[in-house]
Design a protein around this ligand. Structure first.
Ligand code: SF4
Length: 242
């Protein structure tokens, strides 16, 4: 099965548990203002790879994955733009006893996602804001499909790690954060909430690609700001990590 990928990282440690082989797929329907991988957006960029070739490469790292409780993470871009490819990759991993993790925006067709979820051990789900207006302004797409996907993962009882990027002046409204925390308390399958402070590491890519970066003047949040937001999630007894 052929898929279109952006790149691979062989020993990732931040996209799921343990040491992971990270496969970044090409193509994304969102246009997040803080995206640090804008070079994954266009479906026609990147390169084609075959799942047979990829699984051969992944096998080389199996001992690191097994010892560390890691596995394969498919990230993007948006992996679920290529559901057949991701499913085939995950089936191959399950045959090898390798843990599978899907990193998604949740802006997906549940019907197309379901066959992939049959072989998914963990979902990393980005909820970029709980405020529909802010979400649309930030990503260019509506919030509802992501929330519907989150509820669907609950119904299927698939373990989820939530990711939320705190951006001063954009996703920092305390009521919106409280609303998000409250929503997360309704999802017992959420094992962890990652609070990711905004950073500017991808800024140079926007310049290289000739895209206009609107967060040029936005500062990275201070430690005390991050602590304050952490406290909100703690208040709701959520397993928050920052
Ligand atoms: S969903 Fe991810 S890859 Fe797509 S635009 Fe947003 S941050 Fe970038």
């Amino acid at each position: 099965m052929i898929g279109r990928i952006h790149s691979v990282e062989t020993c990732g440690t931040v996209d799921g548990p343990g040491i992971r082989y990270i496969l970044f797929t090409q193509g994304c329907p969102l246009r997040c203002k803080y995206c640090h991988n804008p070079d994954t957006w266009k479906m026609n960029d990147g390169r084609e790879e075959d799942t047979n070739t990829l699984i051969q490469d992944i096998r080389k790292y199996k001992s690191f994955m097994t010892c560390s409780g890691g596995g394969l993470t498919i990230s993007g871009g948006e992996p679920l733009l290529q559901p057949d490819f991701v499913k085939d990759m995950f089936i191959k991993c399950k045959e090898e006893g390798i843990h599978t993790c899907l990193d998604t925006s949740g802006f997906v067709s549940i019907e197309k996602a379901d066959p992939v979820l049959d072989y998914t051990d963990l979902v990393l789900l980005d909820i970029k804001s709980y405020n529909p207006t802010v979400f649309k302004d930030l990503t260019g797409v509506p919030l509802d499909p992501t929330l519907a996907f989150a509820k669907h993962l609950k119904e299927r009882n698939i373990p989820v790690w939530i990711r939320y990027v705190y951006v001063p002046g954009l996703t920092d409204d305390k009521k919106d954060i409280e609303d998000l925390a409250q929503f997360l308390t309704t999802l017992p399958n959420v094992q962890r909430v990652d609070l990711l402070p905004f950073h500017k590491m991808g800024e140079f890519k926007w310049e290289q690609l000739g895209y206009e970066y609107s967060l040029f003047d936005t500062e990275q949040p201070s430690k005390s700001e991050v602590e304050e937001v952490k406290e909100i999630f703690k208040k709701y007894n959520l397993p928050i990590y920052a």
